[in-house]
Design a protein around this ligand. Structure first.
Ligand SMILES: [Zn+2]
Ligand SMILES: [Zn+2]
Length: 248
């Protein structure tokens, strides 16, 4: 009997490409859609938030001291990347979890030499209303698979949500940052002295949520906090693709 992890068997199962519908072998994207999903490597990126630099400066970090030490994003929140996230989050295509987590595994591995791997992977906790509506937490599902693939420890309750907070869509950055203050608490008893944490989220827009979570973890003693996100929303000014559109 041949023993292989489940993710290896998926390479041989016939399925339709979630990007274009073409029949293929393996439950992933076809090569053409994989190419479409790749972030524009020609653009220099901000190490703190993964946004493309504009004129050598990051339009999102600006003068704000980001609590996150670095961000890795699997793809940009435009075109096919936006469509996949919509299918996953808003149309409940839970089967996309494996594909999306796999993209993030590849991005984390390709992120270059790192000082050390995180001690824990924790998801950004979902809002109660979102959980009720979807029946699942996208960051938690992705984080659980990431931990298994990268052989890292996973803590679902690593960060707790103390209150629902205000929905972020349509708000400007200052209001988003303000709305996220005191929303989260560290869920790991005994604190995080010297620990390295990777925080997983689905979409990074202005970074207000990640900033609030990172500040919470640093206040609990974490030595290093990385953001691992599926999709990075990018400014319209750096979108080159004709079908690119950013939803804030
Ligand atoms: Zn395809
Ligand atoms: Zn930045």
């Amino acid at each position: 009997m041949l023993h292989l992890p489940l993710y290896r068997w998926r390479d041989w199962i016939p399925a339709d490409c979630p990007g274009c519908g073409r029949r293929m072998t393996g439950q992933s994207l076809c090569s053409a859609c994989l190419t479409r999903l790749q972030p524009d490597r020609a653009l220099p990126r901000c190490r703190r938030c993964a946004h493309p630099l504009i004129g050598g400066h990051c339009p999102d970090c600006g003068s704000v001291a980001m609590a996150c030490d670095s961000v890795v994003a699997a793809f940009d929140y435009v075109g096919l990347g936006r469509d996949l996230i919509h299918d996953y989050k808003f149309h409940g295509h839970l089967a996309l979890t494996w594909l999306l987590a796999d993209r993030l595994v590849q991005a984390v591995r390709a992120a270059g030499p790192r000082m050390s791997w995180p001690d824990w992977i924790v998801p950004v906790p979902a809002r109660r209303e979102g959980l009720r509506r979807r029946g699942f937490s996208p960051p938690a599902e992705v984080a659980r698979l990431l931990a298994r693939r990268l052989r890292l420890r996973y803590r679902l309750d690593g960060v707790r949500r103390l209150r629902e907070g205000t929905r972020q869509v349509g708000r400007d950055r200052a209001l988003r940052l303000q709305a996220q203050a005191d929303v989260f608490a560290c869920g790991i008893a005994g604190g995080l002295a010297g620990r390295r944490i990777a925080v997983v989220d689905d979409v990074l827009t202005t970074g207000a949520t990640l900033q609030a979570v990172a500040m919470t973890l640093k206040a609990a003693g974490a030595a290093q906090v990385e953001g691992w996100v599926l999709a990075r929303a990018v400014s319209l000014r750096v979108c080159r693709s004709p079908d690119s559109r950013v939803l804030q």
